[in-house]
Design a protein around this ligand. Sequence first.
Ligand code: SF4
Ligand code: FES
Length: 254
Amino acid sequence: MEKGMNLKLKIWRQKNTNEQGKIVEYPVSNVSPDMSFLEMIDVLNDSLVAKGEEPVAFDHDCREGICGMCSMFINGEAHGPNRGVTTCQLHMRSFKEGETIYIEPWRSEAFPVIKDLMVDRGAFDRIQQAGGFVSVNTSGRTLDANAIPIPKEDADKAFDAATCIGCGACAATCPNGSAMLFVAAKVSQFALLPQGQVERKERVLNMVKQMDEEGFGNCSNIGACEVQCPKNISIEVIARMNREYLMANVKPEN
Ligand code: SF4
Ligand code: FES
């Protein structure tokens, strides 16, 4: 039988939001290169439970790059060393035999640590609730969305923006703790489509207001968000959100 990898994990352990955390070292052996990063933590947790120790708390749900829950820093990079993938899509073959791997939660004031690698991303939920939706008329006279012609270029751009999974890597990576890539993706997704026009102005104003209230910083213009985003959301969406915000603030002349 093929022998697996031996690794040294240095994992952030923190009992709760109020207690001080620290890095704890765990050796793991016989890790298959074909395992996902989360499966590797599952293996570690099985061994911790077998020894009567507390397993490492981490968030996950879909394990296929859709839900945005598996958020963590791996060797200082959001979602690990590979571009355009989430932690759950990262395989152990991306690491070397004998490697030391640092695993930490998002570091952002607006995402307080709940336990170990789990953070509270409720701030993103509240921003989304402030305007990341379209109101639908259910009177029975609603026009079928598929019957509305949309230029291909707009549809493609809206789709690209809509691939944001709300993972928070952009805000956690930004030296200024800015959530602008996330908010701009949501604003762009609707601003580009006919269905998003009714609430267009209120949406950008309300989402930006909520973003500021949650304590996220302003765009640092460094571009780390775009590099570490697992969905390759382009920083161009931030320019679009800034234009949307400006236009929403212009009052029509009497
Ligand atoms: S823009 Fe990218 S990094 Fe930010 S929340 Fe969306 S998917 Fe995650
Ligand atoms: S667990 Fe859903 S994106 Fe990773």
